[in-house]
Design a protein around this ligand. Sequence first.
Ligand code: ADP
Ligand code: MG
Length: 322
Amino acid sequence: MADRPSEFALIARYFAPLARDPGALALGDDAALLENYAGTQTVVTTDALVAGVHFLADDPPHLVAQKALRVNLSDLAAKGAAPAGYLLALSLPQDFDAAWVEDFAAGLQEDQQRFGVSLLGGDTTATPGPLTLAITALGRVPQGRMLQRRGARPDDLVFVSGSIGDAGAGLAVLQGKLKAAEHAQYLIGRTRLPTPRLDLGTALHGVATASLDVSDGLLADLGHIAEVSQVRITVESERVPLSPAFRATCGETPAAIVHAATAGDDYEIAFTAPSEAAAQEAGKHGGVAVSRIGRVEAGQGVALLGADGHEIPVARAGFSHF
Ligand code: ADP
Ligand code: MG
């Protein structure tokens, strides 16, 4: 049997050094203790990742760690929250590799510095199944100001940050379904390592009427806004922002745009706002391009419109686990 560190040795060696926040009590207690700040509310979100489902077993562990953290930070960004810290629940197969955990922790370390967050606690267990991890992130918003999916109103405009479809194309490259030549590295990078749009999120206070991060697919996620806001959203297909790498690899036909708008894993922010100027200003603050892609109307559902104004049929708006 290989000599593997015990549960407690794992925590002490790899995770305690990441517990920078005094409230984490150096992972030496049963729970963390967080300060309250007057005039703020705490935003909480969690995302689980399963080997073989959300990442490939031979993906570099530090990238797995960073993606797990970043998808949570992306949720905070979409809510306009400033990140405060996170919890990590890790379930390792019995035959786990300590080097995997070491590289995983190194990835967290790097991103903690990049995004200014600290590990606050977690849990470590064995599992008979594939390696599974869940991160729970906490953030803060000014009282009453969390951006929600509800709130879009008829005549609002619809915006999205960055470019859409790169992560889906990157996954297809990894799976050997798509050839991308010199663009492969960029596209794979976009699927392995999303960029949480934290500065954009906080700049959207007072600008966005509704907001979410695009994880299931642009059209599916806009469908969530349409549903809870009880409005209809139309997206002009030729306004969906495609990167040069995506265009070069997949083209910009209606079929390629449908792919981009339904593939998911983009981790961009989609939001509605009445003012284009204010939305663009927020994009400048956030250091990311913001594109106007459509509008909000009375009604229900989401429609993708072609250049001729006719609806492009979409078989599947986005990813669903079941
Ligand atoms: P319990 O007895 O409640 O299960 P543990 O022994 O699991 O407590 O955890 C001891 C401490 O280590 C706690 O502060 C917990 O938050 C922390 N911890 C355990 N696993 C992790 C992990 N994977 N990441 C961060 N902190 C962890
Ligand atoms: Mg425990």
